[in-house]
Design a protein around this ligand. Structure first.
Ligand SMILES: [Zn+2]
Length: 294
């Protein structure tokens, strides 16, 4: 098999790696609600047809559901996020919720894992300088390096609105909704947390992997051409950076020096103007180039 064929197969697999197995035809009585039915799951209460008395096999399967190689397990979902991020998120948005671990639970478990490891290994992000009145942008950079996990969360929060507006008229997942945009960022945030975790061992790796994976995921998910994907992501990051400058400076001012809040608000006005301007630019250019709705 030559390289082209191998790549072609990989692409096909990326698009649709699963096929659901045939239904169980035998009649079951549901151990949970007593309903009699045919199929893999009880249509009344959704209990698995195979569930009943607790056996070692059942215990093993339950553990595998979370940690093992079942398609809905956490490791498998993370693997899919690494190999086919945009396809996985797209399929989930299209309603295929059984192909992966629940994104809320995934992010929750990863965040807990991160915090526990951080405590165990004693990673320490204590402030490097006491002088909080320092240079404007420097405050932001310091804050980011002191709060990597919060930073990961804020990246995703800051990406919800620009992604929703700039990719609204994309060839794929056109006019995706705001809640869908939140779900997209839940998946992306799980990836970012892992990259930030990795950057404890390989310094700065998250600076490479985060933009690369945003590109990789958005290209698969929304179907814009490479350049169309790149400039929109760059605008998203610009919005994110401005959001950060505004939020971090406001938080620092309120917590350390509340009496200079009015001056700080005036200093932040140009950043706010740029923030609004970039959002409007990305939205209207995308809208102008929109494909007619099919
Ligand atoms: Zn039932």
């Amino acid at each position: 098999m030559n390289l082209k064929e191998t790549l072609g197969r990989f692409r096909t697999w990326q698009n649709k790696p699963y096929h659901n197995s045939d239904e169980e035809q035998e009649e079951h009585r549901c151990a949970n609600c007593g309903n009699v039915f045919r199929g893999n799951y009880c249509p009344v209460c959704r209990q698995d047809a195979k569930d009943g008395r607790i056996t070692w096999k059942w215990v093993g399967k339950s553990i595998l559901d979370v940690w093992g190689l079942d398609s809905r397990s956490l490791p498998n979902t993370l693997l899919q996020l690494f190999i086919r991020p945009g396809r996985l998120i797209g399929a989930y948005l299209d309603g295929q919720h059984q192909i992966c671990y629940k994104p809320f639970n995934m992010l929750f478990i990863l965040a807990i894992f991160y915090v526990v490891v951080q405590q165990l290994l004693g990673w320490n992000y204590a402030a490097t300088s006491e002088d909080k009145g320092g240079i404007f942008i420097q405050q932001v950079v310091e804050w980011i390096s002191e709060h990597p996990a919060w930073n990961a969360m804020l990246i995703s929060v800051a990406m919800i609105i620009p992604t929703w507006l700039f990719f609204r008229f994309a060839p794929r997942h056109t006019r995706h909704t705001l809640p869908e945009s939140v779900i997209i960022q839940l998946f992306m945030n799980s990836l970012i947390l892992i990259f930030i975790f990795l950057s404890e061992f390989f310094v700065y790796i998250s600076f490479v992997l985060v933009p690369v994976y945003y590109y990789f995921a958005y290209r698969q998910l929304f179907g814009y051409r490479p350049w169309g994907t790149i400039w929109r992501i760059l605008l998203c990051f610009a919005v994110w950076a401005l959001f950060f400058v505004i939020i971090v400076n406001l938080i620092n001012t309120v917590t350390t020096n509340p009496e200079i809040l009015p001056q700080m608000a005036i200093r932040l006005l140009p950043f706010l103007a740029a923030f609004v301007g970039i959002i409007a630019l990305g939205y209207f250019v995308s809208k102008k180039n929109a494909q007619p709705k099919t």
